[in-house]
Write a protein that binds this ligand. Structure first.
Ligand code: FES
Length: 63
C-alpha cells in the first residue's frame, strides 16, 4: 500500500503557487508529469505552463 503524503501550497504574492511535495499533473494535452516542489503559474503568461517561468515579474503581474 502506497503511503499518502501531504502537500503544502503557498500563494506567493504577485507570483506563482509554490507547491511543496510530490505531485502528478495532467497537462492540457492529457499527458501527465510528475514533479517535486513545482512552482505553478498563476498569471497565465508562462511559456512553460503549468509551470512558472518567471514571466510574471516581467509583465508586472499583481494579484
Ligand atoms: S506566475 Fe510566474 S510565469 Fe505566471
Amino acid at each position: 500500500m502506497e503511503k499518502e503524503s501531504l502537500l503544502k501550497i503557498t500563494v506567493l504574492p504577485n507570483g506563482p503557487l509554490k507547491v511543496e511535495g510530490k505531485v502528478e499533473l495532467t497537462l492540457a494535452d492529457g499527458s501527465k508529469k510528475e514533479r517535486e516542489n513545482p512552482f505553478l503559474c498563476r498569471c497565465g503568461a508562462s511559456k512553460n505552463k503549468p509551470f512558472c517561468d518567471g514571466t510574471h515579474a516581467k509583465i508586472g503581474f499583481k494579484d
